[in-house]
Design a protein around this ligand. Sequence first.
Ligand SMILES: [Zn+2]
Length: 366
Amino acid sequence: MTPAGEIDLGAVAVLPGLVNAHTHLELSWLRGRIRETDDFPGWIRSVVSLIRSTDDHAEEAEAAIWRGIDEAVQCGTVLVGDISNRLVSSAPLAARGLAALVFHELIDFKAANARKAVADGLERMKAVPSGERLRHVLAPHAPYSVSPALFEAIHRERNGVVRTSVHLGESTAEVEFLNDGTGPWRQFLEDINEWDNGWTIPACGPVEYLDRLGFIDDRLVVVHGVQFTRAELQRIAAAGATLVTCPRGNLRTGAGMPPVSDFYWEGVRVAVGTDSLASVPDLNVFSELAELRRLAPDVPARALLESATINGARALGFETDFGSIDAGKCDALLAIAIPSGVKDVEEYLVSGIAPSQVRWLPPAEK
Ligand SMILES: [Zn+2]
């Protein structure tokens, strides 16, 4: 018997709803369509050719977004950092009430198009639902797909305060492209007629490149960093930017194995993302934590759990609502059943939790 208004949860760990700091809900319809590979540029080519056929799969693509949102919630997610090129996830996110910072991603390597790309992006953002729990900002895709002029135009729009995100240091091909102007990305841009002859080879690594463009600051969400050197990680840490790691996707897309321990030991603020269903089988952040634990057995479980909660909430600007159990925050809390015999609960929580173990607590009566 419990007194009225009290619930006996049994043996559970109560924790704040998880933050999936990097996903692409609009790619959910690609689940299972792209094979695991060790060729990252080849993987991107497959994604791009499928994206170009989205209109032929419009109904399926939309249904997959709704399913993706429901799946994320069932897996204990309270907030997402959602990359969106078409802004088709905004209405479903609003309808389901899943909090999100939507990064409206721009891709254009031709410098002459930069101003128009930003103006069009801002117009599209005005046309979709938004609110206190559903915010939109502009974001550049990556150094090999966005012109320096477009990086600068987006940065001007940020006005020193607006958050943004970028895929950075993901593949060796990107490092080659920035250092030498050669390799698979140069070839790809030429093949799709996006190469810009006016582009000057920066002859540096990805972090230095973005720093020169004024982009590295504490409002930046850097995604991947698989290829970052220790010196680059130190620079990210010193700037106070957040690094979102998506280890399962990195391994399946051929980007490589992220140096997870280095991320933590260099003092970077690390958050966690599942990336899209084009590269991973589910949107379960707990599965991502299990992969992090496998890759970095020396990082304390508590630090991994912070990455999946408060660090993600901070990175997305929702730390007053989510990310920890505190007075005044939303009571979006999870109860995870802990089997008898478990000695280290934090360690158990990063060992792989199935959706069937996740239960949302009812909001407290006020
Ligand atoms: Zn991504």
